[in-house]
Design a protein around this ligand. Sequence first.
Ligand code: UDP
Ligand code: MN
Length: 367
Amino acid sequence: MFEDASTTGQNSKKGKLNLKLTMGFPLNERELKKTVGDHSRLDVLLWDKIQVMSHRQRIIMAIIIGGSLIYFTITQVLLVVAKAPSEPTQPEFRKICTFSLERETIYGPAEEESLPIIYVVTPTYKRPEMVAELTRLGQSLLLVPRIHWIIAEDNRECSPVISNLLTRFGLPYTHLVSPMPEIYRKERYIPRGVSNRRAALQWIKENGVNHAVVYFLDDDNAIDIRLFEEMRTTKKVSMWPVGLIGDYSVSSPVVDKMDNVVGFYDGWPADRKFQVDMAGFAVNVGYMKKQPKVTMPYIAGHEEDGFLKSLNIRYEDVEVLASGCTEVMVWHTRTTKNPTRSLRLDKHQHDNIKRLTDNMRQMGMIK
Ligand code: UDP
Ligand code: MN
């Protein structure tokens, strides 16, 4: 326990000061002067320092403080005024790399052409973990019939490693690229994976069949494949909880006894009509194609909300899945950023390690 000066009977200056401090701030100036004298105060000390500064030092200090204030004000003003528009003014770069409409794999169930297709849209970008993420996700998708996997790369060029992976898996797929426009990379909150998801939406509008649903599934998420059978028959839009999100560790529609959506639960400020995670809903393609202005805005944190609003969805349209939104069947797992690993190849120019690291470089695992 901390000893209190009053109980130890001390009456020295130090003792008195300790007593005051334990009883809380602020000490008034008179008391301070009484106990430890004028010069213990920080502002007085600073003022003393300024007074002994040379004229030049004072000017430098004024420039530093003034400059920082001006810089701070300008950046704050720019953040508000120079916000990039939610719809780009320039046409976005989009390209289809390779695609296949056939299921050609020995894994998983046989194709069932009578089922509605699920267009699984996965945005991805080059980083050491990319191939690992796509391998894990793709092998979940192999267990599901009537899937068309759209891998939408945030890149100008088509990464051959992705096309190779997709042809090897043998699922019906489309590999396309659409890099994030430069203006958005400069934003304080970057709308990640938006340009590529928008390109996938355009592909579906132009090439997708109506008897289908679209589902956004990020490359680092984890899914229970039973969820695909639940979402497959979505008429307009369906929703369910997503685990491992935000302060409340789950994001979910709140539903009443009649399975009507009455709001959302996820611990974020309720400034959005649809507080859903990207992995928490599916949309019928026929319905989507009928809507005049479908878009996903370039606004970080409002991508899903903006998209669903553009689809003219109301709460009463939402089909509630996962046992009335009481079960978690998809998780917003995240892969932490790893430091760049170093290579020591000087002793391995003529053995397997050389080829191993060459292969890893092709996979984007090392530079
Ligand atoms: N993504 C992207 N470009 C980027 C950053 C992310 O295409 O510059 C993709 C990423 O591969 C993932 C999705 O967008 O599928 C969401 O990104 P991330 O997982 O980094 O975001 P979070 O999990 O924090 O929402
Ligand atoms: Mn993620």
